[in-house]
Write a protein that binds this ligand. Sequence first.
Ligand SMILES: Cc1ncc(COP(=O)(O)O)c(C=O)c1O
Length: 490
Amino acid sequence: MIFMTNQDFPLIFELSQESRTGFSLPELDVPEVDVDEMIGEAYVRKSEPNLPEVSELQIIRHYTALSKRNHGVDSGFYPLGSCTMKYNPKMNEDVARLTGFSHIHPYQPVETVQGALHLMYDLQESLAAITGMDTVTLQPAAGAHGEWTGLMMIRAYHEANGDYNRTKVIVPDSAHGTNPASATVAGFEAVTVKSDERGLVDLEDLKQVVDEKTAALMLTNPNTLGLFEEDIEEMASIVHGAGGKLYYDGANLNAILGYARPGDMGFDVVHLNLHKTFTGPHGGGGPGSGPVGVTAEFAEYLPKPILTVENGLYVFDYDRPQSIGRVKPFYGNFGINVRAYTYIRTMGPEGLKKVSEYAVLNANYMMRRLQEEFDLPFDRHCKHEFILSGKRQKKLGVRTLDMAKRLLDFGYHPPTIYFPINVEEALMVEPTETESKETLDDFIDNMIQIANEARNEPEKVQDAPHTTIVNRMDETLAARKPVLRYQKED
Ligand SMILES: Cc1ncc(COP(=O)(O)O)c(C=O)c1O
C-alpha cells in the first residue's frame, strides 16, 4: 500500500501482496443474483477494483500509525486561540452513545422519542438562561451557520417592519473572518469599525459608521484580542439608537460563562459554539452545533419547526408563517447537543463559573510570564486568550510562522498565528481551563527557549520542525489538493 501526503513525501510503504486478504467469507449458500439485472449493466464494474491486498493486521497497523500522526486535545496541549480546544469529557461520549439517543431516527413519531425531545427542550432552556435570551433554536450546525441564521432573522425583522434600507452590518477590524463572510452571504454589506489603542472598538469610529442603513453590529465579547469590550452598553445604545440590532458571536463565551450574559449587555441575537464552549469534540471538520438565541421580538423568525410542549408532550410546531425557514435537515446535530447537555448538567451553574475563572486565570498567567520575551500589543488583563506579537523576533529574521513550526518539535499544537489581522506577527494563545499548571509552565519554558534560539541560533527556528515526519509543506496545496488516494496518480 502506498500512503502519500504530497510530492515531498510520496511513498512510505508498499505492503500489497497478490491474493492476501483481510477477510474470509463462508461459501455462498443462497442463490447468486444477476448483478447486471439488479443494478443495471451500465453500472456494473467491468474489472476488479485495484485495491491493496493486505491482511487485517496490516490494515489495522496502517490506520493506527496514521492516527498517531494526528495531534488532538487527547494527545497534547492545543492552545489554538479562538478555537477553545479544551478537554472533551468522556462521560459526554458515554451518554451520546446510549441507544435511546444513538439508535433513534428523526422520522420516528414524536411519541416514541420523548426523552430525546425532552433533552433538546431542556438544552434550549439552559442555553437561554446562560445567555440571557428568551428563546433558542438548536438547528444551526456550526458557529458560522449560526451567524448566518441570526443575520437572516435580523433581516426578516427589519423587512417585516418595512425597513428595506438596512443594508449594512458593522464588524470590528479584529473580527473573526466568518463575521464579514456571514454578513455578505446573508446579503448585507460588511462595514468595518476600527479598534482603538486599547484593542477595543473605537467608539468615535462606531458613531461615524452607524447610520439609518445599519442592520446590525456583530461583535464577540470578549473580542478576538481576548479583551472585554467594556463600553458594550454604550455601543448597544449607539446601535439601538439608530434602529440597528446587536449580534453576539458567542465563540468566546468560555471567558464569561456564569459571570456575564450577552442578553444583559444588550445583545438581541446570539449564537453559541457548543463544539467549543460546551465541549463538543472538534477540529477535524466533524459535526458542530451553533444554536442561536434571540430576544422575544425575534422569536417568530426562528427557523422552523420549533420544539414546544403541548398537553405534556414535546412536539414540533411547523405553523410559523414568519419563520426564515428550515436551515438544516431535521433538528440540528443531535449528538453534539447531547454532549453539550451532558456537560452543562455535570458542571452545574457553579462548575460553569469555575470554567471561565480558570480559563481567564490560565490565560493571564501565561500572558504575564511570556511578556518578558514577546511583545504584548495590549497590556491589560485578558480574558480567556491573549495576543502576543513576534515583532521583536521578526527583526532577528525569525517569523511567527517559524516559531509556530518550532513548537511542533516540543509536541505542541501551535497557537493561532497571523490572526487577528490587525496585529503584526500575531500569536494568539488560548490555554483553556482544562490544562494543569505544569503543562502551562512547560509550554512557557519552551516558548522562552524559542525566543532564546531566535537570538542565538535563528536557523534552528527558521528550519523547524525537526522532529516531525514531514518538515514544511506547501500548506495551501496540502489543504486545497490533498492527496487522498492510496496509489500515486498517473
Ligand atoms: C470568534 C469566532 N467566531 C466564529 C467562529 C466560527 O465558528 P465555526 O468554526 O463553528 O463556524 C469562530 C471559529 O473559530 C470564532 O473563533
